[in-house]
Write a protein that binds this ligand. Structure first.
Ligand code: NAP
Length: 246
């Protein structure tokens, strides 16, 4: 890709985990990447540095996706620094597990604010601003399908993201912008691993017929496909990437 035609991808929640792998992969694919994060400036800056070191273009940008003004500023900053936005990877998310009976207000509100409202904020800006040929890739989860106990509120936020994926794909008729979701299964990041006993991790790792945990790179490969030329005809779909768990 020459400098003139370099496309720009905004990846939310890209300081760590799956988002960091996606930003790294999209940079290797030739995109200039905006590495959004909420609090972890050091990790986001270090990732931007590694991408630049490898010959790519990256900038880190703090924005809490639950704050609509901050999301507007994130897109403003991307447009000002890089000339426009072609791809949104809507990846920022949190997971708090409890039965519905034990879900307190903070658990409910934080997941609705970051996962669901955050996705609405970023999709809304992308719907207004993405250039023709653009792509929106939303991160859902295979818990939509598995529906295990304690995942109720989290699964509800992801089911909402899948619903908006289908609706927005149709609303963007005529714009040449696709909207899809990727739904990972258990993937080896802090979000999945933190707080789980090793026995539970081992058991969940064996659930998929491929008998291992997903790695962030497995998910980045799928996002790369949807964001790149080979994914151009896929629109309004949810692609589960989970080793066959559901
Ligand atoms: N890991 C899994 O097993 C799995 C499975 C299915 C789906 N997913 C989904 O995949 C996505 C990435 O998950 P992950 O496992 O990579 O999580 P992770 O390792 O916990 O990383 C989460 C990322 O989101 C950012 N973030 C959190 N709250 C934010 C906010 N309010 N505004 C902006 N950024 C925020 C974090 O930034 P800071 O570093 O600044 O905190 C971090 O970069 C999530 O949507 C998750 O639901 C994960």
């Amino acid at each position: 890709m020459s400098k003139v035609e370099q496309k720009v991808a905004v990846v939310t929640g890209a300081s760590r985990g799956i988002g960091a792998a996606i930003a790294t992969r999209l940079a290797a694919d030739g995109f200039a990447v905006v590495i959004n994060y909420a609090g972890n400036a050091a990790e986001a800056d270090a990732l931007a540095g590694r991408i630049e070191q490898a010959g790519g273009k990256a900038l880190s940008a703090r924005a809490d996706v639950s704050d609509p003004q901050a999301v507007r500023r994130l897109f403003d900053a991307a447009e000002a620094a890089l000339g426009g936005v072609d791809v949104l990877v809507n990846n920022a998310g949190i997971m708090r597990l409890a039965t519905l009976a034990d879900s307190d207000d903070a658990l409910v509100d934080s997941q609705l604010a970051i996962n669901l409202k955050g996705s609405i904020h970023t999709m809304r800006e992308a719907a207004r601003r993405l250039r023709p040929g653009g792509r929106i890739v939303n991160l859902s989860s295979s818990v939509v399908g598995l529906y295990q106990p304690t995942y109720g509120v989290y699964a509800a936020t992801k089911a909402g993201i899948e619903a908006m994926t289908h609706v927005l794909a149709k609303e963007l008729r005529g714009r040449n912008v696709t909207v899809n979701a990727v739904a990972p299964g258990p993937t080896a990041t802090a979000l999945f691993l933190d707080g789980k006993p090793q026995a539970v991790i081992d058991q969940l790792s064996r659930l998929a017929p491929l008998e291992r945990l997903g790695q962030p790179g497995d998910i980045a490969n799928v996002v790369s496909f949807l964001a790149g030329p080979d994914g151009a005809w896929v629109n309004g779909q949810v692609l589960r990437a989970n080793g066959g768990i559901v």
